[in-house]
Design a protein around this ligand. Structure first.
Ligand SMILES: Nc1ncnc2c1ncn2[C@@H]1O[C@H](COP(=O)(O)OP(=O)(O)OP(=O)(O)O)[C@@H](O)[C@H]1O
Ligand SMILES: [Mg+2]
Length: 427
């Protein structure tokens, strides 16, 4: 009897155990299915984001110097709306320093405009909070529609504006959203900086060509005119004894006409050639970059150019611009400096560039691996047959020196100026 009862109890226990195990399994399977569905959703979202990023990358690649900045603003606002998964996004681009233009504001709200959001007003209020050297995301109420999350669109040297997205009242700002917005803002900063650099190259190209034409006229036609005037003068002296008024008169006419043509040509050359007008396109571009980088990072930059930029080839101009950008970015990023001194000496056959900061410094040769900046600068200088050195020690600031001693026009490795490697000079 007792044995049968015990057997029944065992059976009951086994039954109970099996049912609870089945329940646990069923719950586990449900959880796994949920997790799988969430994973599939996340995967699809990642795929979508990657597709958006790749098409944005292509659009940015195609974005050229001729294109309107408003086009880029609309592009970035549209991608911000998609990638941040928000109802609307906007981009405010500030006018360039010294420009009379109005700021550009692009709003992307695919479900129709949000009349309750004063985009320009909120973005301007956020802009007023952007402090030099501080580049964090800011959130401000945007009426009843929610909040506006905005991040600066910037490069190392300039802050171009703000990219923002609208977060609904019941939605979260979320670190992912902030990251996506920051990523897009960085891409925009790179595209805008590239456009600005290309504009500088285009100006350099034009000024180089103008200087070349002016030099050609100076060395060619002008010299012929001087020869004509001189020959007419010599003839008139030689035949002074003939007392032939007619011949003397005609010779004076030739001489005066040649002198007048030479004077007019000289005036045209001065009008045509930026170098003869005393304009230094490269130096001015570099000065403008350093000025905005100083303002953006709240530091002092002392730029000391010496000599004429005509002594340096356009290819070297480009390399120097890249080196100054990298060295100053390192000084701010790694050195946390408060002051940078940029010294640039340009003389025929010798160029010296020195970028000195008062930052933390570092043990040269023992820096963390993986950085490309120092190697790139060294390689660039090597391609011009020049030297590159870094002097630094912890707590003693950093000094980067580049020297191109010989004629850099022999350089072969670096020629990115699209056919403007022509020698130029001002006579
Ligand atoms: N001016 C500087 N002040 C302090 N440390 C510097 C300075 N310049 C370079 N360094 C140190 O040298 C390292 C290498 O610099 P490098 O420019 O080659 O690479 P990176 O800046 O780290 O990365 P990347 O330039 O590729 O973005 C830096 O990580 C930093 O530790
Ligand atoms: Mg670097």
């Amino acid at each position: 009897m007792l044995g049968v009862a015990a057997e029944k109890t065992w059976l009951l226990l086994v039954f109970l155990l099996l049912t609870s195990a089945a329940q646990v399994f069923a719950r586990l399977i449900r959880k796994l299915q949920d997790a799988y569905a969430r994973l599939a959703e996340a995967h699809a979202a990642t795929e979508r984001s990657l597709q958006h990023i790749s098409s944005l990358y292509q659009a940015l690649e195609a974005f050229s110097v001729q294109e309107d900045k408003a086009h880029l603003a609309h592009l970035l606002a549209a991608y911000a709306q998609k990638l941040c998964n928000c109802p609307a996004a906007c981009l405010l681009l500030r006018p360039e320093a010294g420009s009379q233009r109005e700021p550009v504001l692009a709003v992307c709200a695919p479900d129709g405009p949000s009349p309750r959001v004063n985009w320009a007003g909120v973005m301007q209020r956020i802009w007023a909070r952007v402090e030099p050297g501080v580049f964090t995301a800011t959130t401000l109420p945007a009426g009843e529609s929610g909040r506006l999350l905005a991040v600066p669109v910037r490069s190392m040297g300039e802050c171009f504006g703000l990219l923002g997205c609208l977060v609904l009242p019941d939605d979260e700002t979320g670190p992912q959203r902030e990251k996506a917005l920051g990523f897009l803002a960085n891409l925009g900063g790179i595209a805008l900086e590239r456009r600005k650099t290309e504009q500088l190259w285009a100006r350099l190209l034009v000024s180089e060509e103008q200087n070349r034409i002016a030099n050609e006229i100076h060395d060619g036609v002008m010299q012929h005119l001087f020869s004509i005037a001189f020959a007419a003068h010599a003839l008139s002296e030689m035949h002074a004894h003939l007392q032939n008024g007619d011949v003397q008169q005609k010779l004076a006419l030739v001489k005066n006409a040649a002198n007048q043509a030479a004077r007019e040509l000289r005036a045209s050359i001065y009008r045509l050639s930026p170098c003869r007008r005393g304009e230094q396109v490269f130096v001015a571009g570099l000065a403008s970059y350093l000025e905005s980088m100083a303002e953006l990072n709240g530091i002092e930059v002392d730029f000391r150019p010496e000599g004429s930029e005509e002594a340096v080839s356009p290819a070297l101009h480009k390399a120097l611009y890249r080196i100054v950008r990298e060295a100053t970015a390192n000084a701010v990023r790694h050195g946390k400096c408060t002051r940078i001194q940029v010294m640039l000496k340009m003389a025929p056959g010798k160029m010296v560039l020195q970028v000195k900061d008062d930052g933390q410094g570092f043990a040269v040769g023992r820096q963390a691996p993986g950085g490309l900046g120092l190697t790139n600068m060294r390689n660039l200088m090597a391609s011009f047959g020049g030297g590159f050195s870094v002097d630094s020690a912890p707590g003693r600031g950093t000094r980067v020196t580049c020297v191109v001693p010989a004629d850099d026009k022999n350089s072969t490795a670096y020629s990115g100026t699209g056919g403007i490697g022509v020698e130029s000079r001002c006579g």
